[in-house]
Design a protein around this ligand. Structure first.
Ligand code: SAH
Length: 225
């Protein structure tokens, strides 16, 4: 990646750590070479925002990014991206831009990305960062429960926060033949990774893909930063 700003350094040490991370993900069972290549290319340390954590950016762990939120664990990003089964130029709606890291992964995979974030501070930082990387993604400050009707239908929808249920608007905005990947479950607990394949206007084939822990999908009653 071309990085011109001094505070956007991506040096050999970072690149070396990234290689090790990719190997770790491979060992943990990620076999999708496109996903591994992209994770090997994107400087995750620059998405961790808080410089205190830069040292740890290449551990396979989630980290705080402010506003009570986290950047997802690399394994989770890889796992969800793999489940999406992306084809180039597909339209993808992401719920929970957060740091913008997953957004960058999707854009680098060749998807046309639309992403919604509930926290304004995170939205603004992510937009700024994605621009610096010259990555094209349309980011919106708003409520993921509503999706983005104006740009529907989407080939794929990826939810990166723990949803108490699958929002109807997201089901409606998915193309027939499309796929949604969404962790579903109670707050402060465990979510089950759900894959919904839309086979008819109101018809979904649902499969489950193990337990994960995400920050909760916020609704209107939650505090917004
Ligand atoms: N994809 C992000 C993951 C961030 S964690 C990354 O790679 O960094 C999940 C994000 O979902 C948080 O930033 C949180 O603010 C956001 N979020 C929570 N509820 C939301 C909602 N209703 N609509 C949109 N975003 C939401």
């Amino acid at each position: 990646m071309d990085i011109f700003e001094p505070d956007m350094e991506d040096n050999f040490r970072h690149q070396g750590m990234r290689k090790l991370l990719v190997e770790e993900l491979r060992r943990k069972g990620i076999a999708n070479e496109d996903v591994l290549r992209v994770i090997g290319e994107i400087p995750r340390h620059l998405f961790c925002f808080d410089t205190v954590f830069v040292e740890f950016a290449y551990d396979d762990k989630a980290f705080p990014i402010g506003a009570g939120q986290t950047i997802s664990q690399p394994y989770t990003v890889a796992f969800q991206t793999d489940l999406l089964n992306l084809k180039k130029r597909e339209k993808v709606l992401e719920i929970g831009t957060g740091s913008g890291y997953q957004t960058a992964v999707l854009a680098k995979m060749g998807a046309k990305v639309f992403s919604i974030e509930r926290q304004r501070t995170l939205h603004e930082k992510a937009v700024d960062l994605l621009q610096k990387f010259n990555l094209k993604a349309r980011c919106f400050y708003g409520d993921g429960y509503a999706g983005r009707e104006a740009f529907a239908p989407f080939d794929k929808i990826l939810v990166t926060c723990g949803a108490p249920f699958v929002p109807d608007a997201l089901k409606a905005q998915l193309k027939i033949g499309g796929r949604m990947v969404v962790p579903v479950g109670e707050f402060n607990g465990v979510q089950i990774m759900n894959v919904l394949d839309k086979v008819g206007e109101n018809d979904f084939e649902i499969t489950e893909h193990g337990n994960f822990q995400f920050v909760p999908m916020l609704d209107k009653t939650d505090t917004i930063h």
